[in-house]
Design a protein around this ligand. Sequence first.
Ligand code: RP5
Length: 172
Amino acid sequence: MDSAKVAIVMGSDSDLPIMRAACDFLDEMAVPYRVYISSAHRLPEKTAEIAKTAEAEGIEVLIAGAGGAAHLAGVIAALTVLPVIGVPIRSAALSGVDSLYSIVQMPSGIPVATVAIDGAKNAAILACQILAVKDAALRDKLRVFKAELAAGVEKKNTRLQELGVEAYLKNK
Ligand code: RP5
């Protein structure tokens, strides 16, 4: 058994280019994870097994990304008491609004923490923040990450003040 703390599940390999951002952020934070393709509709028993065995396998947070009639995160949340973060994947027909509504509108008692459409990176950041409640080293890494975000905005603002709107946009 590995020491994975996060399980990333997605409904199809077509979700992988988006869900990869979650893998990348967990790699950056050196948080071990497992990644699965499963499906609430096409492979329901396997999805249930992933959800039911996660806790015993040492998983502490699950991230589930799916598009369209996106029931993956909700089904997983129904089968575990671990926190589940849902990533609505942008769909061709309805631009991901279908995915968003399917994931966010959970019935009372079975919450899924839903991020923005295609918000896989935010899902991983939130997963790290959940793990960091009892991991001071990870908390420090997240502080550095957020300080870098702030520094990036400061830098852009300084440049905007120096150049003005026209030149800033021309040199962007
Ligand atoms: C969902 O249906 C998947 O999560 C994916 O976002 C969408 C389309 O799947 P594919 O037809 O590309 O396999 O279950």
